[in-house]
Design a protein around this ligand. Sequence first.
Ligand code: CMX
Length: 431
Amino acid sequence: MANIFKKMELIRSDICSERSLLIQEKGDRLLDTITVQQAHGGMRGVKSMICDTSLVKPGKGLIIRGYPLLEIKDLWPEDVFILLLTGEKPTKEDREDLLKEYDKRAEIPDQIGRALRSMSKDSHPMTMLSTAIMALENESVFDEKYNEGVPKNEYWKYYLEDAVNLLAKLPGLAAGLYRIKFDKGDPIPWTKGMDWGANYANMMGIEDEDFADLMRLYLMFHCDHEGGNVSANTCHTVGSALSNAYYSVSAGLNGLAGFLHGMANQECLRWVLQVMDRFDGQAPSEEQLESFAQETLESGQVIPGYGHAVLRVTDPRFEGFIEFGRQHLPDDPVFQTVNRLYKVVPDVLKEFSKKRVEQGKSPIADPYPNVDAGSGALLYHYGITEFEYYTVLFGISRAMGMLSQLVLNRALGVPITRPKSVGTKYIKENV
Ligand code: CMX
């Protein structure tokens, strides 16, 4: 890991002095104001934390270290982890250096398989993932070094060790739990010399070059979405207490398992298959899909895979997946249904939003598809029909964003998170 360490040593001193200078020169300047509505509304849009790994622009979508996502979609997941962490696109040597580390660290202790097998058969795959990560927590290098009394300014090094250890094991954990939970046979070990995405595909038991390509794209697309989303923000907060990377990432993943966040991908495919079931498994017409979408809204449910807290355009990650689908599976009925839904759902949501406003409710701010609307159809095509598993794939990728943010936060010495809450009485009396 010499290359990454060297780069991190260099950028660390730069980012630390930049941070000190900014606080010194502009520490008392106003970054934002907050309204009562925002305090009551999930702090939507409040600028109150720093994240340099990526940015989500409402009109453009995800920008990773200055690169719009679709411009760098051919980077492999291991490349993007280095980019998130260091701010620089990796060289071939950097990638090889990281892959060698994964080769050294990927082996999963036997007790993890035993722990997963002992879990209740109806445990959700996200519960199994979180449990498996927590079962590895005793391996934290940071905890060991902290107990030895290393100085604060070296904490980041051991968070980085833990990050690489965890990333090396995550595909094996996730693929292993897939095989255990869905009776696919014994877990398959990591193959040395094979990249992260292809290894994950292989360990799931799916030997198909196209699927390995999809995995690389999938793992790249879900890697990060700035710092305020539920999973990243949770990981940030837990890590700020110096909980190690295992505690922090597991906590973030528990947030990802929410139906309004990463679990929307399983819900989305469930919803797509529901409408197809009505039409003998065929892709329904646009009219049929329109009335199904209206029915969903009228029954008081959300349309999964549509809407976003920040985005106000079609998610470029969705566009990227649709492009992959057009190239590799244009005739697949599930993919065709997803594609047709894209033609009708935004208008249905816009109409529904108008009615909501007439009733004095808030509008639907974003009627367009997010990442979760497109990914499931592709996974389904390659035989991953167990859609409760989809959030695990999202989580393995998002761990790269959470871990790079965590390491950078420790490198900067970001303090423990502690915003101030106020009561209703305070607002009534003081605002
Ligand atoms: N279907 C129906 N109603 C929707 C909707 C959708 N797809 N998207 C938003 N709304 C509703 C909200 O539920 C909210 O209604 P109430 O005021 O009655 O509670 C209203 O519109 C206003 O919400 P908003 O300001 O547009 O959106 P929020 O920032 O509050 O929420 C999100 C964003 C993603 C939770 C919401 O759009 C949603 O529930 N979408 C469906 C679930 C989904 O796809 N989540 C995945 C997001 C991406 C990810 O994190 O992975």
